[in-house]
Design a protein around this ligand. Structure first.
Ligand SMILES: O=P(O)(O)O[C@H]1O[C@H](CO)[C@@H](O)[C@H]1O
Ligand SMILES: O=c1cc[nH]c(=O)[nH]1
Length: 258
């Protein structure tokens, strides 16, 4: 819903503030860091958990807006970004490893998300899959590969409770959490995070494009990371891949006349 003065209610942006390509970190503090990779980076707005910076990549307007943590605030951000003209979204986030091969510092390009969250049910029934757009997957795979990074392509678990993942035994529903986690792992789920499912379902509903690229943190068996692994899994090591991935999407759009 746009308000009379033309500003979106939560993100405090208006038409013309940003272009169509938007990076979506969870953390507001990550926006300026991502924007430093833009040409002509500039702060645009900050309200609640949603901070926005804008700039250009290869002469094309791009922006970064933080979603905050979890599906509800991510869905609000994306809805309002669509209202002001955005149509291509890339989540850039941290995630917890779920497979032996997803090692700290690896990259996970997300092609679909397990709907272990509530926001998506306000959009589409559970049978509807939460899938990334192929244009974003293509761009991110090309960037990860060409930059020589160790990357995986696959599914994330999008959950509503960080501590349901990290302290399941402290929860009254511990048995259910363990049973479902084991099923996600046996199904090949790569990583755990909190926003991809809601993002992909809003994008499907509104006919826009969304994808996600995640920094892998931790170990599948929750063994502590070494100092070297902590360094490797700094979010700053993921951002150049996300930037190059978006460049590839922009270039493919130009070729296709999209
Ligand atoms: O690093 P970000 O993008 O915030 O993503 C992950 O980190 C937060 C939890 O620590 C959740 O938002 C989760 O999805
Ligand atoms: O383990 C993790 C790391 C980041 N984000 C999550 O949701 N889980």
């Amino acid at each position: 819903m746009a308000y009379s003065e033309g500003y979106e209610y939560h993100i405090h942006l208006k038409q013309g503030d940003i272009g169509r390509y938007v990076f979506l970190p969870g953390d507001p503090g990550r926006c300026e860091v991502i924007a430093q990779h833009f040409d002509n980076p500039r702060f645009v707005a900050s309200h609640r958990e949603h901070t926005t910076w804008a700039g250009e990549l290869d002469g094309v307007p791009v922006a970064v807006t933080s979603t905050g943590m979890g599906g509800p605030s991510a869905a609000i951000a994306v809805e309002e970004l669509i209202h002001v003209g955005a149509d291509t979204f890339m989540r850039v986030g941290t995630s917890g490893a779920m497979q032996p091969e997803t090692q700290p510092g690896n990259i996970a390009v997300i092609n679909a998300a397990i709907r272990d969250e509530g926001t998506g049910l306000h959009y589409l029934p559970m049978e509807f899959p939460a899938v990334a757009h192929q244009d974003l997957i293509n761009g991110l795979v090309a960037a990860s590969s060409d930059m020589g990074r160790r990357y995986h392509v696959g599914v994330s678990q999008s959950k509503d409770s960080f501590y349901g993942q990290h302290s399941p035994d402290s929860m009254p529903v511990a048995g259910r959490l363990h049973e479902r986690w084991d099923a996600w792992v046996k199904g090949g789920c790569l990583v755990s995070e909190m926003e991809c499912a809601a993002l992909f379902l809003v994008a499907s509903t509104r006919r826009v494009r969304a994808g996600g690229v995640m920094m892998v943190m931790g170990h599948h068996d929750f063994a502590p990371m070494t100092e070297e692994e902590k360094d490797a899994s700094q979010i700053g090591n993921l951002i150049p891949v996300a930037i190059e991935g978006m460049r590839r999407v922009i270039a493919a759009d130009k070729v296709a006349g999209r």
